[in-house]
Design a binder for this molecule. Sequence first.
Ligand code: PEP
Ligand code: MG
Length: 755
Amino acid sequence: MLEILRRIVQDVGAAPDLSSALAITVNRIRAAMKVAACTVYLADEDNRSHVLMATAGLNPQAVGRVRLGHHQGLVGLVAERQEPLNVADAPRHPRFHPVCEVCEEGYHAFLGVPLIQYRRVLGVLVVQDSAVRQFDSEEVDFLVTIAAQLASILNHAILSGATQELLNPLNTHTRALQGVAGAPGVAMGAVTIPHLLADLDDVPDRLSQEVASEEAAFHAAIAAVEQELREASDRLAPLLPPTEQALFTVYRMMLSSDSLIEDTLGGIRAGRWAPTAWRDAVLARVRLLEQAEDSYLSTRAEDIRDLGRRVLQHLRAGPDQHPHPAAGRCVLVAEDMSVAHLAAVPPEQLAGIVCLRGSALSHVALLARAMGIPAVMGLGDRPLGRFEGSDIIVDGYHGRVYVNPDPATRAEYRQLMDTEAALTVGLGKLRDLPAETQDGYHIPLYAKAGLLTDIAAARDSGAEGIGLYRTEFAYMVRESFPSEDEQYQIYRRMLAAFAPQPVVMRTLDIGGDKTLPYFTIEENNPFLGWRGMRFTLDHPEIFVTQLRAMLRANVELDNLRILFPMITTVEELDEALRLLARADQELREEGWPVTRPPVGVMIEVPSAAWQTGQLARRADFLSVGTNDLTQYTLAVDRDNARVAGLYDNLHPAVLKTVAYIIENGHRSGRPVNLCGEMAADPGAAVLLLGMGVDSLSASATSVPRVKWAIRSFSHAEARELARQALELETARAVRQLLNDALRRAGLGEIVHESA
Ligand code: PEP
Ligand code: MG
């Protein structure tokens, strides 16, 4: 059975479209179970019915025509109970509903299994037989197993709109594809796939006698990719400091490798088609590198493969077709996204980001937020190429996208974008006003940064400094660990840009979804693994280099504050402080006039929260990282779109933990900052102010909205809001309380109800 099941799943997965997939399913199941009929009904939620969408054994004319009411017949009963229904003699069942078009007279045995994904009934899978008999447990298990697989395929089809096309072919209203809200805002543009990848493994074994023209095509493709890399690297200039552009140099070096070029030309001269000769030369190197145990070399294999695809794309496109995105607003769509992907589009053209994987707290989403680009994450598997060039709307508030939107949807979003633009202009007036409540209570509002390019946005936002500088982003866009001097340059620019305002620099926090291309860490549970301080304490040479660069950069500026991430024990903090003292001592001995900066601890793990007092006594300040604190408190992976609906920093358990941290931090006489994304949510910011937090760090684009919210409440009102919120039992109730409060205070425009 397992083998049959595997083959069915494989064939269904390879089907070109949903109706073929359903037809394959019913035919295969009917043959495998040796039953008279197998049928799939899909739930049509809009019309509250179940539609017969594929059958092997019943009248084929019924497909797409027979509709049963939501609760009608045995199919309705299966959907209602959400469990298998095994009936020996269906026509005698009180819920049996005869439908003349399907010609099911003579069928007695009935087994119906619901198709459920994420608690939602997507349809019902039915097998019928002529005898009066109960299906045995092996048959039931088989159908239940196949239903689970089919449900996941259906779920993808629903997300891509394919089921809607099948159920209601005449309905022209654009359906939203639902993902996860990544970065707030709304954008429109053309779907742009960063270098739509041609696959090397798909190149056929083809011969060609046109040696001269094949050689010319090959040289032209190499030149085009060289040019493309140069342009991409230039485009990165405003985005990254020059030292971080090494990635492109490495690519260009690989591209000019004599042996790669010579082997390809050799293949062409031996009579092979240029793409075939290129494929062979590239894959031979890839295989060699992949066999290497060394993780650095296996990473290079991926780089060569990537280069191979780029050249192949040009070879196949020919000299006239250029794969650059069209001029105009672009929405980058990719499975995963890196900073290098972002460079595929000139910054002034980049309107939005859609990432098929990941979630609101993935580093791509954090980058998008820092850049003020609306983003939707976790849309799930879907054929990327299909959408290339289509118009797309990105609704980063609700995590929705609309591909080829109809005029009404387009007009609705156009209006929303106009309103947003007007609001942004209006809020610009708050730039130089303090983040102060109506009764004069001032709470410092800082911006967050990850790259040097964030400096300008942070300054324009009216923030009072940088509350969290995530140093790992500078490590992530390079080809090797940066030297002390390279880091010094970056940190110095950051500190100088804000002095005398404070800049809180967090030491390297890699791991989780933040990986370094030159230091891969393979783990089953990366968020519970070697990340943040665990990694740096195991690599004191990397840690001390970073601390030295920070301390040197602070000389005579004196606005540095150092923050340690992912602390889970007191010993970790003691060790980190010891290494800081060592770096400080070394520099003094070398004659640097360094000063010891204030040192903070991130409280982002429940163990640290419960030891707030002990940690606070060893540090100068605390900073609550609600992004991780929420993930670890609720046991919800912040990077997993499947459980994104459960991730909520307004969960009462998270709020109670934050309240505990603030209380105990204050009891130890230490100020408590909050630097998770929660601080960028205007309602939550007022709540945190009421809970007693001493400062907030939000992304630069959110600073004006948060300031507006703070300036719209009195300190007493915020405290009362916090008192009420802490008594509520669900995140939904807290959200409702905050939204109501914002509306009453006249901030209805920034209340974006969740989907
Ligand atoms: C956090 O965890 O809240 C935080 C600010 O850190 P990061 O999102 O970089 O993990
Ligand atoms: Mg964190």
